[in-house]
Each structure stands twice: as structure tokens, then as C-alpha cells.
Design a protein around this ligand. Structure first.
Ligand code: S3P
Length: 410
């Protein structure tokens, strides 16, 4: 399985801020991570071309330089929001841009706390990209996000890190905590207490060796294949099993899937293990607000699993899905209907009803990688005749997805 996308972005960003050389193995070689690498290079960081093993010589906290070009974040929200936090605490000014999808996504959620800390944000229209961030010596902050977003939390932590000030972030429920774990592994003083995280003023980041575990959000597609198959077994090695990312596994187990997890090691503060999945009859479930952060990126897949298995699924409290790479509620609903499923759109989620099978039709993922792959899984389910148009959009997170899917299904 390819390396974890969230951890790969953070590895490049934190390595660029370290005092010394970090060695990173197994970084995800995808378009989103390349966007982060390229943006960091434009800021003067010594990031080499991505490969299975890279060394990054850090520029130290506040060692990045005034960029001479616009920072192109491509399709990647994590690049834009996390790097904005870094830039906010540097004495530089940087213009961020992105593709059409990223330009529609809200940046106010990071602009608000970072402006409160002292940075200046200028938007060319609305609160999306392009935006220009002018960094300064930031002040400390105690911020309640009233939501749960690892990107917002990380932007604030990174801003506090480079400015050497204390920051505290409170979330509604705990979002993925890779930034905190990696910061701690590099010697920073970070404390998690329930839904609150506090970073104390940092002087430096120690260089580390990082081995990036496989991405549980990519593994999820093959967990689904293993559960929906008529026979066989799927084994996935070295998958990140950080509990802020395992919501999909828990939902599948609640649906009745046979998933065995063997956790065997800790890498850079992340639990890593092997998953073994066998086919089983699935049953209906409901997913509500408190569970959402741990499976936010897997919700389109869960809807496809329910449709493929012919069971009911209700998802509520997931309005965040509307501001992802596409409006994932309407994209999933329209495409499930296009292949013959009975599905209801809710303001903050959806309901999949027991659907007629097999399914057939044309899927338009609207350029959204996770929608393309979720329907890829549905297309592989027995008897279905589904074609996913623009399959190349998977390149942002999982370039080899279609090849791996063909191999596993064969
Ligand atoms: C991510 C956080 C999540 C997730 C995204 C990656 C990260 O977004 O959906 O795919 O790497 O921090 P939000 O922070 O907007 O919830």
C-alpha cells in the first residue's frame, strides 16, 4: 500500500523546519505530496525529488525565505492550510493558488486564527484561493475551532512552532493527530488532553528518521473489496492504525465484516499493523456526528459498500463533506443514483436504502480522487457493470490504484 498522505505532507514540512537532516522512507509519491514538496522548495527548503528514501536538510524554525513565485498547491487542501500556518510565522509574504476544486474550498477557517495571531490574509475573491499571507512575529493563541479539522489545528500548531509561542487548540471531537505525534517525536513539548492540544514554545526541532506507514484511507478500498468478495482473503501490511484514523475499520466491523488487526509496531509515534479481511454478509448501520472525524475521507466508500452489499446506511453530522475536493454528499448521491441505487440526500449526510443489484452505469467523480476509487470498488463488486470516467484523478493520493484494483480482483 502507498504511504500515508497526511503523514507524508507533515514529514516534508517538519523536516524542512528541523535543525539537521531527516531521513524519510516510504513517502507517498503522489501529486498532492508533490505539491507540498514544490511549495516548500519555492520557500527555499532543500526538498529533493520524491523517491522511496529521501534526505531533507532542514532550514530550522523560521529559516524559510521569501518565495519568488506563487505557491501552487494544486488539488491539495493540506498543502495550502498547513503551509499557510508556516508562512504566517515567517517574515515573508506568499501568494497561494490552487486548481479549480481547491480554489472553491474555504480558507477562512485558518485565516481567522492566524489573523488573530497577527498574520495578514488578503483574498482576491470570497475566502478561497488565491490568497496572500503576510507573516510576522506571531502572538500566542487559545483557539476553539467549534469543529474538528486536523488542517486547522495543524496550521495553528505550525504557526506557534515557527514563532516560538504557546498555542492551545480545542476541537469539538479529536481530529487526526499526526502533527502532534511527529512534533513530539522531534522533541517539541506537545500535550494532548481530550479534545485539546497545547504546544509550548519551541526553540528547535530535532532531526529524525521516519518510516511512513501505509495509508489507512487507501487501505480502506481493499478492506472493502475483501469484505464484499465472494471468497478469498485480503492482507494489508504496515498500515497506519492510529486510532484517529480507524473509524472505517470500526464501521465495517459493526457492519459484520471479518477484519483482523494485528498491531505490531510503533513508527515515529504511530501505531502500525497488519489487516486481514475475509468476506462476510454485511448488515445496516448508522454513522453519526461524533464518529465522523475518524472516517471522514472514507464516507463515500462506506456508501458504496452499503449499496454493493444491499444494506441500509445512514450518515448524519457530516456537512464537512460538502467542502472537500468535491461536494461529496451530492457527488455520491448523484453517482449512486446513476448506477441504479436508491439513495436520499440529507443536508449533512445521506441515506442509502436497500438497492437493486447488480448495478450499471456511468460515474462522473467530478475530479475527486476518493469518489473515483469508491466507485472503483463498487464496479469490482460481483455482477456490476460500472464505468468510472476520468479515472486519472486518483493520482493525487493513489497513482497506482487501478492497477492494484485489477490485481487484487483478478
Ligand atoms: C487532513 C485532514 C482532513 C482530511 C484530509 C487530510 C490532514 O481534513 O479530510 O483529507 O492531512 O490534515 P480536515 O482538516 O478539513 O478535516
Amino acid at each position: 500500500m502507498p504511504g500515508d498522505k497526511s503523514i507524508s505532507h507533515r514529514a516534508l514540512i517538519l523536516a524542512s523546519l528541523a535543525e539537521g537532516e531527516c531521513r524519510i522512507r516510504g513517502i507517498l509519491e503522489s501529486e498532492d505530496v508533490r505539491s507540498t514538496a514544490e511549495v516548500l522548495r519555492a520557500l527555499g527548503a532543500a526538498v529533493p525529488p520524491l523517491s522511496n528514501e529521501i534526505r531533507v536538510k532542514g532550514s530550522r524554525l523560521r529559516g524559510l525565505r521569501q518565495p519568488r513565485r506563487t505557491l501552487d498547491c494544486g488539488n491539495s487542501g493540506t498543502t495550502a492550510r498547513l503551509v499557510a500556518g508556516v508562512v504566517a510565522g515567517h517574515p515573508v509574504s506568499a501568494r497561494f493558488e490552487g486548481d479549480e476544486s481547491l480554489s472553491r474550498r474555504p480558507m477562512k477557517r485558518i485565516a481567522e486564527p492566524l489573523t488573530y495571531m497577527g498574520a495578514q490574509f488578503d483574498f482576491e475573491h470570497g475566502d478561497g484561493l488565491p490568497m496572500t499571507v503576510r507573516g510576522v512575529d506571531l502572538r500566542s493563541i487559545d483557539w476553539d475551532t467549534h469543529a474538528s479539522s486536523a488542517q486547522v489545528k495543524s496550521a495553528i500548531l505550525l504557526a506557534g512552532l515557527v514563532s516560538g509561542v504557546e498555542v492551545r487548540v480545542t476541537e469539538k471531537s479529536r481530529s487526526r493527530d499526526h502533527t502532534e505525534r511527529m512534533l513530539r517525536a522531534m522533541g517539541a513539548d506537545v500535550e494532548n488532553d481530550g479534545n485539546q492540544v497545547c504546544l509550548r514554545p519551541a526553540q528547535r526541532l530535532d532531526p529524525i528518521e521516519l518510516e511512513i506507514p501505509a495509508d489507512p484511507s487507501s487501505a480502506a478500498f481493499f478492506v472493502a473489496i475483501g469484505a464484499l468478495a465472494s471468497d478469498g482473503e485480503v492482507t494489508l501490511a504496515d498500515v497506519c492504525l492510529n486510532p484517529t484514523r480507524t473509524g472505517f475499520l470500526e464501521a465495517m466491523i459493526r457492519m459484520g465484516a471479518h477484519v483482523e488487526r494485528a498491531q505490531n509496531l510503533i513508527r515515529a509515534g504511530e501505531e502500525v499493523g497488519t489487516l486481514r479481511v475475509r468476506p462476510a454478509p454485511l448488515r445496516s448501520i448508522r454513522i453519526s456526528e461524533t464518529e465522523i472525524p475518524a472516517l471522514i475521507d472514507e464516507l463515500p466508500l462506506l456508501a458504496c459498500v452499503a449499496a454493493a452489499a444491499g444494506v441500509e446506511l445512514e450518515i448524519t453530522g457530516a456537512a464537512e463533506l460538502r467542502v472537500k475536493e468535491s461536494d461529496r454528499i451530492s457527488t455520491v448521491v448523484e453517482n449512486l443514483r446513476a448506477v441504479g441505487a436508491d439513495v436520499e440526500e440529507l443536508p449533512d449526510g445521506l441515506r442509502v436504502h436497500v438497492s437493486r443489484r447488480p448495478m450499471a452505469g456511468l460515474v462522473d467523480p467530478r475530479g475527486d480522487h476518493r469518489i473515483a476509487m469508491a466507485f472503483g470498488v463498487l464496479s469490482a463488486a460481483s455482477g456490476n457493470r460500472i464505468t468510472v470516467t476520468h479515472p486519472e484523478c486518483v493520482a493525487v493520493s493513489y497513482p497506482r490504484f487501478w492497477e492494484d484494483l485489477r490485481r487484487v480482483v483478478a
